[in-house]
Design a binder for this molecule. Structure first.
Ligand SMILES: Cc1cc2nc3c(=O)[nH]c(=O)nc-3n(C[C@H](O)[C@H](O)[C@H](O)COP(=O)(O)O)c2cc1C
Length: 177
């Protein structure tokens, strides 16, 4: 199985958690895993739709990795969806390019898990906030599997916990390999 990890972090140089995850993944040197730092590839925000589509076609499992920004994803991922998931390719009567592939997310949140409860500060669960991805997956015919959520990364993740979580991230990416 070939896995495509699309990282959408606007500032990976300042990142602690997503950077640790990606570095650990790069260390695996796994030929079946392709990692793309989309903000670094498209610093001007101009996405090469054909290349993105070709990459999606060549992989079986697609992971969107990003930090939670304003209860959603960083904006380049939204732009990427708007442009790459074209009618007649990703959806529509002839749009079957992604059918049967796996789609999932790896998300970090600054806030702790308790904030992401119905009764918590944000009033919505993380699954509710990420539901547009699940609906998108349904439309494009991919199998949406349980996201890998790491909460409380702003203050509550020690260095040793980050190491453990990085190992768990590797297992998550490799699951089904
Ligand atoms: C513009 C901006 C918006 C953010 N919005 C949220 C948010 O809505 N919910 C949340 O839990 N954290 C939010 N955060 C915190 C980030 O999710 C957190 O810094 C990130 O997950 C840490 O990962 P990193 O170490 O890889 O940068 C926000 C951060 C920034 C800069």
């Amino acid at each position: 199985m070939k896995t495509l990890v699309l990282l959408f972090h606007p500032n990976i140089n300042q990142s602690r958690v997503n950077k640790a995850f990606i570095q650990k993944l790069e260390e695996q040197n796994d030929a079946n895993i392709t990692i793309r730092d989309e903000y670094a590839i498209y610093p001007d925000g101009k996405i090469d739709v054909k290349i993105e589509q070709q990459l999606m076609e060549k992989h079986d499992k697609i992971i969107f990795q990003f930090p939670m920004y304003w209860y959603s994803s960083p904006s380049l991922l939204k732009e990427w969806e708007d442009q790459v998931l074209e009618y007649g390719w990703a959806y529509g009567s002839n749009g079957n390019a992604l059918k049967g592939k796996e789609l999932t997310l790896a998300v970090t949140t600054g806030a702790v898990a308790e904030n992401y409860l119905k009764t918590g500060q944000f009033g919505h669960t993380i699954d509710e906030m990420l539901s547009p991805f699940e609906s998108t997956s349904k439309l494009i015919g991919t199998n949406y599997t349980t996201p890998f959520i790491t909460h409380g990364v702003a203050q509550h993740l020690s260095d040793s916990e980050l190491q453990v979580r990085s190992d768990e991230f590797i297992s998550f990416v490799r699951k089904g390999e």
